[in-house]
Design a protein around this ligand. Structure first.
Ligand code: PLP
Length: 345
């Protein structure tokens, strides 16, 4: 090879190397946007199905899969799946369980822009933004009109001898409704007298159910005379035609804030945030009655379908205390008052 040809070859090689060096780096592959959302849904199944339909209509391309589970069962499930979460968001059920879940590191922080919509943020939202309230509801008594039993108007009416074997309530280990009832009594009476009251009350309970709303249905069917249930669930049964009378304890009743939180390690995090934001829109919170759900909203601009359910004597329910003590109180009830072996489905 002549020295001229050699020089030319070197120049061509250098030019080729420069072209290669100037190429932009190959772009990292972008993860495809997820098209799924797995919701752990604690309210009644009809409302869960309705929310799935409405969310999918508002977010074309996202499919919602939901499982309906009571509060206590949900908490156990989230604990068991902590290292490999199967759900992205938990929607509904009293916030006591969300406070317990936060303490166990099961919830993700999310600073939704729609926190600004919340009516009473000190009460209805976690200051660290792990959970938020999505509805409010008070506890009431459902009495079957054909039972011959006078509808109770005081907690102590439930202890009367004529109530023996006449009461249905869910078990606090599985149900948030029942846990709210128990913590209401412990708070109103103090722990010593409160546990004594729970023991006497248990003597009149016919059977414990798994789900909180079930006693309203069974009492409507005549299986027992009185059920202790959230008042909006009693109204839902009455609207379906059940022969029930709704009453409240005059000395004050407990109430729930139904919660929502994103699951720590959610695999479809962006979609979970979309649901979270959407659930805090006034239009979303007004959807309840369309699906036979009469809880009151937690956001400004949404009208309550049954405002009278909160215009009763309410105690200043201590969500923090009840949430922090949930495991202790439930274990005490299960071990010392009534076991959870044979719950009615
Ligand atoms: N279903 C309805 C309609 C409710 O209002 C609530 C309260 O949050 C629940 C279920 C809670 O379910 P559970 O008591 O079974 O935990």
């Amino acid at each position: 090879m002549t020295s001229r040809r050699l020089l030319l070859s070197i120049v061509v090689l250098l030019a080729a190397l420069m072209v290669i060096a100037c190429q932009p780096p190959a772009a990292a592959p972008q993860p495809a946007a997820s098209n799924e959302l797995n919701v752990l849904c604690t309210p009644q199944v009809e409302w869960c199905e309705g929310m799935k339909t409405e969310f999918e209509a508002a977010n074309p391309g996202i499919t919602v899969n939901f499982v309906r589970m009571s509060s206590g069962e949900s908490l156990t499930r989230l604990r068991n799946e902590k290292d490999n979460p199967q759900f992205d968001i938990w929607w509904g059920g009293p916030v006591d369980s969300f406070i317990a879940a936060k303490a166990e590191g099961l919830l993700e922080q999310y600073d939704s822009p729609n926190f600004a919509n919340i009516i009473e943020p000190e009460l209805m939202a976690d200051p660290d933004k792990h959970w938020v309230g999505v509805y409010v509801g008070s506890l009431g008594f459902a009495t079957n009109n054909n039972s011959g039993v006078t509808p109770p108007t005081s907690w102590d009416d439930l202890l009367k001898p004529e109530m023996q074997g006449q009461i249905l309530i869910a078990h606090p280990s599985s149900s948030g409704t029942s846990y709210t009832t128990m913590c209401t009594r412990l708070q109103m009476l103090g722990e010593d007298a409160g546990w004594e009251w729970m023991r006497q009350f248990a003597g009149n309970v016919l059977q414990y159910t798994k789900s909180g709303a079930a006693p309203a249905k069974f009492v409507g069917q005549g299986e027992a005379a009185v059920g202790i249930v959230f008042s909006h669930d009693i109204v839902a049964e009455i609207e379906k035609g059940s022969p029930l009378t709704l009453t409240f304890p005059e000395e004050g009743t407990g109430y729930e804030i139904g919660g929502m939180g994103i699951i720590k390690g959610a695999k479809n995090l962006d979609n979970a945030k979309k649901w979270f934001d959407w659930a805090l829109e006034p239009a979303t919170q007004e959807l309840g009655p369309k699906y036979n759900a009469f809880q009151a909203p937690t956001v400004k601009g949404a009208a309550a379908s049954k405002p009278e359910l909160l215009q009763v004597s309410l105690i200043d329910y201590d969500f923090q205390w009840c949430g922090e003590n949930k495991t202790t109180f439930v274990d005490k009830f299960t071990n010392e008052v009534a076991g959870a072996d044979s719950l009615k489905e």
